[in-house]
Design a binder for this molecule. Structure first.
Ligand code: NOJ
Length: 560
């Protein structure tokens, strides 16, 4: 089936951008304190420019006690001193632009830190005082109010309500240290509009909006339907599901009004963007990218698909068709700071619950070689799909998930909140190896905040730079070829090249073909631009992808 995804009238930078996610704490440590920082990132910008990405996304770098990796903010206009100063942030923004890249930052509007002055004020105030209305305080049930106001559960595990000293309960859909803001309160609305303006004035090119499907809660405070999903979030036990219609706290229609106001502010600054992190049912995602709302919304279902040609093809086709209805483009993601790294994930048997797998005493066997091979193929797949692609730092190095972090070093709050059932997300947050030796493999001059396993030395940037077969070289080549051969106005067509083969065509001749079956297959006739593994006797081996400039009518098109 053929489709043209884009509106040829618009050629904004973001529509086909490759955005590199920087997890600042673990990227590069400039001041030798074991934690990544802005000066470290600035020193590595030439690496990112050379890699060929269009933009970077820097996660929350604001003042924070880091009880949830910085998604617990105490001041949205200050940089965490561990990372630097506001002046450093300004220098970074300038440097990024000087390297002809863009920079987007996080906006975390669903909650603050419990140490935010507003929450401190709220806790010190009596029940029903107006300063409490910035958050969600409720009386409990039962004669003495000792039962939580609803049965809502936190995405990190356990109840979503915590009782304050005066007996009222406050809502926290994430960690107990992250009280939810009340988005029906005008001060909250105004404060975030002013925060947006603050960063836009400093020159950022946009925002990735955390928990975009949260924000508004049903003010009737009904219980959730037990037996159906309570908390769609990467760490939730019900992660594979998405919120049901009219869920009391996820994906509520009222939140779109807030987004429309943000969009009108962002639009005043020219070509800046809003990107939604919204874990919602796929058919609801287009609502987030309406013309006057977000520019993009991450396609999380792509990330969650098994390594299966028909499942992935269906996801790609559906996503492409859905975003086209809104005149936007898809946003492909294979990994981020919340999920298992793909070179490990793709080495697990089909249907493995990879969120729970690291904590399971009897584990399905991991095939790390297979995972690494598939991750390379997945890179070519992701980077040739129409739309934008988000890469997560270290993905270009083929880094595996670190599975053996000592439990006493685990930082992710989900570990404790799940009763130590889930090891959490630290395994994908281990600092980047830049050099093959040294106290932190070039990350900094001292031991890093999370220990790197010895095997990380093999993945170091220095070990891969001059190796034409390395993962880094593959990404570099792919990004350069993407620039040369693909653009937004290309038509997009899924191709039927047989069961277990995922294939599509962009424009008149560019074909991406991924062999997910067990036998080698023929490559379309034409010029082979790049493959994720060597061809064998001219054929594409299993778990391999190829980019081909086809001189053939590549295959019959499929209606899926
Ligand atoms: C989504 C972020 O990606 C995740 O890391 C964080 O824990 C939650 N939102 C809460 O802010």
């Amino acid at each position: 089936m053929k489709a043209t995804a884009t509106n040829p009238k618009t050629n904004s930078w973001w529509r086909g951008a490759v955005v590199y996610q920087v997890y600042l704490r673990s990227f590069a440590d400039g001041n030798a304190d074991g934690t990544g920082d802005i000066s470290g990132l600035r020193s590595r910008l030439p690496y990112l420019a050379d890699l060929g990405v269009d933009a970077i996304w820097v996660g929350p770098w604001y003042a924070s006690p880091l009880l949830d990796g910085g998604f617990d903010i105490t001041n949205h206009r200050e940089i965490n001193p561990l990372y630097g100063t506001l002046a450093d942030a300004e220098l970074l923004i300038k440097d990024v632009h000087a390297q002809k890249m863009r920079i987007i930052v996080d906006l975390v509007p669903n909650h603050t830190s419990m140490h935010h002055p507003w929450f401190q004020e709220a806790m010190a105030a009596p029940p029903n005082h107006p300063v409490r209305d910035r958050y969600i305080f409720r009386d409990g049930h039962g004669a003495d109010g000792s039962k939580p106001p609803t049965n809502w559960t936190s995405a990190f595990g356990g109840p979503a309500w915590e009782r304050s000293a005066d007996g009222q309960w406050y809502l926290h859909l994430f960690d107990v240290s992250q009280p939810d803001l009340n988005w029906h309160n005008q001060q909250v609305q105004q404060e975030f509009e002013s925060i947006l303006e603050f960063w836009l004035e400093l020159g950022v090119d946009g925002f990735r909006v955390d928990v975009a499907h949260g924000l508004c809660k049903d003010r009737g405070f009904p219980d959730t339907n037990h037996g159906s999903v309570g908390s769609p979030h990467p760490q939730t036990p019900d992660h594979a599901q998405r919120p049901y219609a009219n869920h009391p706290f996820w994906d509520r229609d009222e939140l779109h009004e807030v987004v429309r106001r943000w969009r009108s502010i962002v639009d005043k600054y020219g070509d800046r963007i809003l990107v939604a992190e919204a874990w919602v049912r796929p058919e609801r995602l287009p609502l987030y990218i309406r013309e006057d709302e977000y520019h993009h919304a991450f396609n999380m279902d792509f990330l969650e698909s098994d390594w299966n040609a028909s499942e992935l093809a269906q996801n790609i086709f559906d996503s492409h068709a859905r975003v086209a209805t809104q005149g936007s483009t898809s946003t492909w993601v294979m990994s981020n700071h919340d999920v298992m790294r793909q070179s490990t994930r793709l080495g697990l048997p089909p249907k493995t619950d990879w969120r729970r797998w690291p904590s399971q005493p009897c584990k399905a066997p991991l095939d790390a070689v297979l995972g690494a091979r598939r991750a390379r193929a997945a890179a070519l797949l992701t980077l040739s799909l129409p739309g934008s692609a988000y890469l997560y730092q270290g993905e270009e190095l083929g880094l595996p998930e670190v599975l053996n972090l000592p439990t006493e070093m685990i930082d992710d709050p989900t570990y404790q909140l799940s009763g130590q059932m889930l090891r959490g997300r630290d395994g994908c947050r281990v600092p980047i190896p830049w050099e093959v030796s040294g106290p932190s493999l070039g990350f900094g001059r001292n031991a890093p905040w999370l220990p790197q396993p010895a095997e990380f030395a093999h993945y170091a940037v220095a070990a891969q730079t001059d190796d034409p077969q390395s993962s880094l070289s593959l990404y570099r080549q792919a990004l350069a070829l993407r620039k040369a051969w693909l653009n937004d106005t290309d038509t997009f067509e899924m191709l039927d090249m047989g069961k277990n083969v995922l294939a599509f065509q962009r424009g008149n001749s560019f074909v991406c073909i991924v062999n997910m079956g067990i036998a080698p297959i023929d490559v379309p006739v034409g010029k082979v631009l790049l493959t994720s593994a060597a061809l064998i006797n001219g054929q594409l081996p299993t778990d391999t992808a190829a980019w081909v400039i086809s001189t053939d009518s590549a295959g019959s098109t499929s209606a899926l």
